[in-house]
Design a protein around this ligand. Structure first.
Ligand SMILES: Nc1nc2c(ncn2[C@@H]2O[C@H](COP(=O)(O)OP(=O)(O)OP(=O)(O)O)[C@@H](O)[C@H]2O)c(=O)[nH]1
Ligand SMILES: [Mg+2]
Length: 383
């Protein structure tokens, strides 16, 4: 296996440390598919004929694992235009931008990267959505270019759980609202519930107006949708759990933390944990013991949860913490998946192969989890 990201300088600096090249095959569940998600797919299918754009959100820390093939099918089936939005760029490694540009160019797909919580992120996206609306009018009905469509431009925001859909809906509405000519100085209310775990939104929203531009821009917020187990590998599942896209107790916390350590080492980001271990390590027990001592914990699982959780939020403890002093954090960014780190990874080929797996598979008539997946979702074992 050849890793492109361990730079020459890192190799020289840490010449005695060699990161693990392979992560063990743990027996973990590969699906977190739920009943309300099935309902959301059905609703999306019903809404598609009246939609002008499908906005698919992915987490830029794991752009491959958070790509949901179901949206490829939905947009292909009903021939709806699609825009891919990578969120959480404030927590992702900036070098992913060049890989994303190359991959999407190959597939002729449009994408944008934003921090969905920021004003700038939602302003940039709003401008792009208005531009997409203009393009749509130009293509379908140039006569209406100045006034817009009678029902406005309609979009559906979709993606894996916890990628930031509802957060983006709220910030787009806040941004659009300030342009909507409210003269009474009133502030818009938050229209979608948000939260740090998977599965916060349970139902597809009503149509939400986010701008008055040419008859209005409207969108639907949807619950996060997972993939069926047969379309997710174990490593992708680990990436999804690091991003918070699956229920947080689905995968053993020590395995999650170990996978994160494995990835940080491959990215040469040792300095982001050596405050606990002094030197780089491949041994998760050494790291967890260091965390227990530094943070004052006695339990290994709690230390693992603490560490992965702080990374999920994009922040790590500053080094030199004295016992009894207040904890202070610094921001940290990294990738939570292996594939973009590989020298020989072929995005287009991989995606085409995966689309084949789901071909002919009717999501609405299949059982959510098979017997084995049900069993694994209750117990995590190492063999
Ligand atoms: N750092 C960062 N955090 C974000 C961003 N977008 C969303 N979040 C955070 O991610 C978490 C999940 O956000 P939600 O908007 O609830 O995600 P969702 O996709 O609607 O989740 P479900 O409804 O469960 O599918 C929240 O804690 C947000 O504050 C982003 O661009 N950057
Ligand atoms: Mg939501």
């Amino acid at each position: 296996m050849s890793i492109k990201w361990i730079s020459q300088s890192t190799r020289r600096l840490q010449s005695t440390f060699v990161p693990r090249m392979v992560f063990p095959e743990f027996n973990i569940p590969t699906s977190d598919f739920k009943g309300h998600q099935k309902k959301a797919i059905q609703r999306a299918q019903n809404l598609l004929p009246q939609l002008n754009l499908l906005v698919e959100l992915r987490d830029s820390r794991a752009p491959i694992a958070t790509r949901n093939l179901i949206f490829d099918y939905l947009s292909m089936e009903k021939k709806v235009d699609r825009l891919i939005v990578y969120t959480k760029t404030d927590q992702s490694d900036p070098s992913i931008i060049s890989s994303l540009s190359k991959w999407h160019k190959e597939l002729n797909e449009q994408f944008i990267m934003i921090d969905g919580r920021s004003k700038k992120g939602s302003q940039d996206l709003l401008h792009i959505l208005e531009w997409k609306y203009d393009q749509f009018l130009q293509k379908t009905d140039p006569g209406k270019k100045a006034v817009g469509l009678p029902l406005g431009y309609r979009m559906l925001i979709g993606g894996m759980p916890n990628v930031g859909k509802s957060t983006l809906v709220n910030s787009l509405r806040f941004t659009g609202y300030s342009d909507m000519g409210r003269s009474d100085g009133s502030k818009p209310k938050k229209v979608a519930k948000t939260g740090g775990q998977a599965g916060v939104t349970r139902n597809t929203s009503e149509c939400i107006r986010i701008s008055d531009y040419k008859g209005g821009l409207f969108l639907y917020d949807t619950p996060g949708i997972s993939l069926p187990g047969k379309a997710i590998s174990k490593q992708r599942m680990l990436s999804l759990s690091l991003c918070g896209c699956v229920k947080n107790n689905l995968v053993d916390p020590v395995i999650q933390a170990d996978f994160l350590l494995y990835l940080l080492n491959l990215q040469g980001k040792y300095h982001l944990y050596t405050n606990y271990t002094k030197v780089p390590t491949n041994n998760i027990d050494v790291l967890l013991n260091g965390i227990k001592k530094e943070v004052g914990m006695t339990n290994e699982n709690a230390a693992a949860i603490y560490w992965s959780d702080s990374w999920r939020q994009g922040r790590v403890l500053k080094s030199g913490l004295k016992s009894g002093s207040k904890k202070s954090y610094k921001t940290a960014s990294a990738l939570f998946e292996l594939e973009p780190l590989l020298d020989n990874f072929q995005y287009k080929k991989t995606m085409e192969q995966e689309l084949e797996i789901l071909k002919g598979w009717n999501i609405l008539t299949q059982p959510l989890l098979n017997k084995r997946e049900k069993h694994l979702s209750r117990a995590n074992t190492l063999f």
